[in-house]
Design a protein around this ligand. Structure first.
Ligand code: PHE
Length: 344
């Protein structure tokens, strides 16, 4: 029996195949119900006492050798290698479904606004959201006791003993100051950005919103240039039939100042709830830059004049997309955002 097992051990060690069927035959021959190992275990019962131990060890060695051989050959067999390869490139598998995102409506409108001004030769820049008093107020001719500096409107971050307090910017006009300080005229730029005001949140106003600021400084710039630029912008944005209306207004940093309305594009001027039945929608503040502002930024007022405007993006987005509540823009509700399927 001992010699027989040793012969089988040599045979198993020498066996080699990469065909699954042949490997299966080896398994049946040795490990099958009526296989060699079964027979040997049967014969083992009759082995005389003194030889039993050695024969038992040899038998187990053979059994393990067969098992190991089969496992080893199975994993390297042609079929299993082929199978592993095909699972990586199974072209019949259904593709995974994933959702693509879309631009936020405020970003869609901002991009359109900026593109219109770029076509007119304006370049684009941005400034910080955390500002000092100089850039947000003082350089813009706000008197020290102006109500806009009040705690009710401004989110203060840090009070400074110098008076140059740090706050969240309340308008993008702060970027005008930064630009005028750093760039020499002619200047033709727009500044899109986010602004913050400590106001009660309602359907029509929020403590966060966005503006696009415009700045134009050159020789002989007049109010007529401002008006024509804004009329062209309004028609590009809302259509050829759009009318504009300029109403006298007041800003500390512009003189004269105006607010601009556009004819309501929803009711065509007849009156609806978006334009509050007036036929007009207010979209921006503007004016000729006060010489005091140009001077505080080191620009020669004998040589240069300029205009500026600040357009509210949310108000315009609400009009264009008929969104009735400004809070929708800040809630990140996917059901709302999904409706603006633009990637531009
Ligand atoms: N900064 C003003 C605001 O936030 C808008 C404005 C900008 C007015 C530029 C005139 C010129 O209301």
């Amino acid at each position: 029996m001992k010699e027989q097992i040793e012969k089988y051990l040599v045979e198993v060690a020498a066996f080699n195949s990469n065909v699954l069927q042949e490997i299966e035959q080896l398994r049946i021959r040795f490990l099958g119900k009526k296989g060699i190992l079964g027979e040997l275990f049967e014969a083992f019962k009759t082995v005389p006492g003194p030889d039993k131990k050695e024969a038992g060890i040899l038998l187990n060695t053979l059994k393990n050798a067969v098992q190991e051989k089969i496992n080893e050959l199975r994993t390297s067999s042609e079929e299993s290698v082929a199978e592993q390869n095909t699972t990586e490139i199974d072209l019949t598998r259904p593709v995974g479904f994933y959702e693509t995102g879309s631009r936020h409506p405020v970003a869609i409108v901002r991009n359109r606004m900026v593109a219109i001004f770029q076509n007119m030769g304006f370049s684009v820049a941005e400034g910080p959201e955390i500002e000092d008093d100089w850039h947000n107020f003082s350089a813009l001719n706000f008197p020290p006791d102006h109500p806009a500096r009040d705690m009710q409107d401004t989110f203060f971050i840090e009070k400074r003993s110098s008076g140059n307090d740090i706050s969240l910017r309340t308008h993008t006009s702060s970027v005008q100051v930064r630009t005028m300080e750093q760039t020499r005229p002619p200047i033709r730029m727009v500044f899109p950005g986010r602004v913050f005001r400590n106001e009660a949140i309602s359907a029509r106003s929020h403590c966060i919103f966005h503006q696009v600021e415009g700045l134009y400084i050159d020789k002989n710039v007049s109010f007529a240039d401002l008006k024509q630029t804004l009329l062209h912008f309004a028609r590009e944005m809302f259509g050829e039939q759009t009318q504009i209306r300029l109403r006298p207004s007041y800003f500390p940093f512009t003189e004269p100042s105006a607010e601009m309305d556009i004819s309501c594009n929803l009711c065509g001027g007849k009156g609806c709830n978006i334009c509050k039945y007036t036929g007009w929608i207010e979209i921006l503040g503007c004016g000729m830059i006060d010489p005091a502002v140009l001077e505080s930024c080191g620009i020669d007022t004998e040589m240069y004049t300029g205009y500026a405007f600040g357009i509210g993006i949310e108000r315009m987005t609400m009009g264009l997309f008929q969104v009735k509540d400004i809070r929708m823009f800040f809630e990140n509700d996917i059901r709302f955002l999904k409706q603006f399927g633009s990637v531009v």
